[in-house]
Design a protein around this ligand. Structure first.
Ligand SMILES: [Zn+2]
Length: 136
C-alpha cells in the first residue's frame, strides 16, 4: 500500500494529476451508470480534496524553491571591510556585489548597493532602501 501511495505522489508531482482526474471521472460515470449517487458524491469530494492538495503542493514547491535560492545566496555572502558582499553575484555578471549591512542585519533584506564616486572622488556606496551611505 505504501508503494501505491508513493506512486500516487510521484504521478501528482509529474503532472499525472490529469490522469488521476480521468480515473475519477470514469469512476463517477460508473457510479452514475449503476445509480450509486452516494458513491458519486464521495468521488466528487475526493476530487475537491485532490484539487486542494495539488494547490498546496504547488505552493510548497514554490516556497521550497525560494528557500533554496535564499540558502544558496546566503552561502555566497561574506562580511569584509564593514560591508557584506555577494561573491560571484549572478545578477551582476558574476562580480562581487556589496550589499547593505543595515538592511541585511536588521531587516533580513538583501539590498544591493549603488557604487559611485563622491565629490572628492572617493568610492562610496548607497542603499536606496534605508538611504545609508558607506565608503568603500
Ligand atoms: Zn540599507
Amino acid at each position: 500500500m505504501a508503494g501505491k501511495s508513493s506512486l500516487f505522489y510521484f504521478n501528482l508531482c509529474l503532472g499525472g494529476y490529469m490522469q488521476v482526474l480521468d480515473v475519477l471521472k470514469e469512476a463517477g460515470n460508473l457510479a452514475q451508470k449503476y445509480k450509486n449517487m452516494e458513491l458519486y458524491e464521495q468521488l466528487l469530494t475526493v476530487r475537491e480534496e485532490l484539487s486542494g492538495l495539488r494547490e498546496e503542493l504547488i505552493q510548497l514547491k514554490e516556497e521550497n524553491k525560494s528557500l533554496k535560492e535564499r540558502l544558496e545566496l546566503q552561502a555566497k555572502v561574506v562580511f569584509e571591510n564593514g560591508l557584506y558582499w555577494i561573491r560571484g553575484d549572478r545578477l551582476a555578471e558574476d562580480k562581487d556585489t556589496p550589499i547593505c549591512p543595515r538592511c541585511w542585519d536588521v531587516d533580513n533584506t538583501l539590498m544591493r548597493l549603488k557604487i559611485y564616486k563622491d565629490s572628492y572622488g572617493k568610492e562610496s556606496v548607497f542603499c536606496y532602501n534605508c538611504k545609508t551611505e558607506y565608503y568603500l
